[in-house]
Design a protein around this ligand. Structure first.
Ligand SMILES: N[C@@H](CCC(=O)N[C@@H](CS)C(=O)NCC(=O)O)C(=O)O
Length: 211
């Protein structure tokens, strides 16, 4: 199967880190996000959203990074990363949906203001950052509570694809300047994530000239 991706983007890094964690083998083709190649007719025949990443496996054209993680996990039977136990699987699925609908959007504000705008030589808008604070802390507190007394989000002995998905929107947290100060469990969990070879080896900061 082939992954269409740009390793510099958050949702592509998510899939590659998850596939590495699970030992999912894949071919890849680069689609240059900054050249807007995701808007080419060839790529949009695979993903009409003109967004990265997308996976093609035989007749299947799959988009949405979390759906790609689920598919890769089931394809190789990654029991520890995507447990088949009904309740644990429901828990993992819940965090994947929450990441996409709630966590990603709030982390993305900090990514745009503190990483993307400086790369484009534009000024971060402090009013936007200040306005996002309460929403960010509401969601970060949910994670911080969940991580109290357990290493991984779903209480499993090993990280799951929920950990990979939820860590991804905050993958450049130092550069995003995410206000993690009052969320110690979240900070400790992110350090555990950053120690995983699958995570460490897919670091985007050097690719963006940040580190
Ligand atoms: N919910 C989608 C979001 C995909 C997405 O927005 N990808 C970004 C890169 S991380 C993109 O390609 N955006 C298109 C653009 O900005 O032109 C997923 O998880 O795959």
């Amino acid at each position: 199967m082939k992954l269409y991706y740009d390793p510099r983007t958050v949702n592509c890094r998510k899939v590659v880190a998850g596939f590495k964690l699970m030992g999912v083998a894949f071919d890849s083709e680069n689609v240059d996000y900054f050249a807007q190649d995701q808007q080419s007719p060839e790529y949009m025949a695979i993903n009409p959203n003109a967004a990265l990443p997308a996976l093609v496996d035989g007749d299947l054209k799959l988009w949405e990074s979390n759906a790609i993680l689920q598919y890769g996990a089931d394809k190789v039977g990654a029991e520890s990363a995507y447990p088949s136990d009904l309740a644990t699987r429901a828990d993992v699925n819940r965090w994947l949906l929450w990441e996409s609908s709630a966590w990603f959007p709030t982390c993305y504000v900090y990514l745009v203001e503190n990483v993307v705008k400086p790369i484009l030589e534009a000024e971060p808008d402090q009013a936007i950052l200040d306005g996002e604070g309460p929403n960010f802390h509401k969601h970060a507190a949910i994670l911080d509570d969940r991580l109290d007394g357990q290493d991984w989000l779903c209480g499993t002995p090993e990280p799951t694809i929920a950990d990979i998905a939820v860590a991804s929107p905050m993958h450049l947290h130092r550069y995003q300047q995410l206000p993690l100060g009052e969320h110690p469990n979240l900070r400790a969990w992110m350090s555990r994530m950053e120690a995983l070879p699958a995570w460490e080896s897919t670091d985007v900061a050097p690719l963006l000239g940040l580190a």
